[in-house]
Design a protein around this ligand. Structure first.
Ligand code: ADP
Length: 246
């Protein structure tokens, strides 16, 4: 579902991603871990071209794009990539002046040109799925952080993406609210959603990931199954990181 090769990105003089290759099978869950500042968020943002890479080739489903720092990317292809990738942000990024339901309606009506009725039906069924059907008419400030994040996930799903990208979805939450959000993510993974998740939740990575990717200083140091990375790694940098977070 995702094929990424040779990704490079720098900000000013700072090289943040230094040749990343990433392959994610349809229906699988890849979890990206690594120290703060290693480039995890930038990698995720490159996957839906919120950041434009300096170099690399990205294919998502049947759309492909080549990046070159000296050439402008085709806006139609960027739109196609964005259409196929839903993003769930650390700080939810809900529209504060819209209810939970309206947050889900907006993109479906404006971007996908769905009828109000169809969009409403889809939205209510997604809110039901994340356990918030009865909060449909509440505004973000009337919801807990965990509820807002579940609305954020439902909103991303409403666009029928091929891939869901999660950028530290639980790190802004009080600990007692984390479980509900992780449960929704687990359900999605078990239902066959293709997911890339940047997180510090190692228990989630162990239980749900098909592939764990350890990044440090802008490169992928190691990738493998949770067993390979968490139990059997021989890599000094991986071992040091795991020791610190344990
Ligand atoms: P991580 O998600 O692993 O913590 P990030 O991808 O957020 O890492 O950041 C990697 C590096 O890139 C950091 O040094 C960060 O300061 C820098 N960086 C990220 N975004 C920008 C930006 N828009 N402008 C300049 N530097 C950035």
């Amino acid at each position: 579902m995702i094929r990424l090769t040779g990704l490079r990105k720098s900000f000013g003089g700072l090289q943040v991603l230094n040749g990343i290759d990433l392959f994610v099978e349809k229906g699988s869950c890849a979890v990206v871990i690594g120290p703060s500042g290693s480039g995890k968020t930038t990698l995720l943002r490159c996957l839906n071209v919120l950041e434009v890479p300096d170099a690399g080739t990205l294919s998502i489903a049947d759309t492909s794009i080549d990046f070159h720092s000296d050439r402008k990317t085709d806006p139609a292809v960027v739109r196609a990539i964005r259409r196929q990738t839903g993003m769930v942000f650390q700080n939810y990024n809900l529209f504060p002046h819209l209810t939970a339901l309206e947050n889900l309606l907006e993109g479906q009506i404006v971007v996908l040109k769905r009828s109000k009725e169809e969009a409403r039906r889809k939205s209510l069924s997604l809110l039901e799925r994340v356990g918030l059907r009865e909060r449909a008419d509440m505004y973000p400030h009337q919801l807990s952080g965990g509820q807002q994040q579940r609305v954020g996930i439902a909103r991303a799903m409403a666009m029928d993406p091929e891939v869901l990208l999660f950028d530290e979805p639980t790190s802004a939450l009080d600990p007692e609210l984390v479980g509900d959000v992780l449960r929704v993510m687990k359900d999605l993974a078990h239902e066959g959603m293709t997911m890339v998740v940047v997180t510090h939740e190692m228990a989630f990575a162990r239980e749900v990931a098909d592939q764990v990717i350890f990044m440090d200083q802008g490169v992928i140091v190691e990738k493998g199954t949770p067993g390979e990375v968490f139990e059997a790694s021989q890599n000094e940098r991986t071992l040091q990181f795991l020791k610190k977070i344990r």
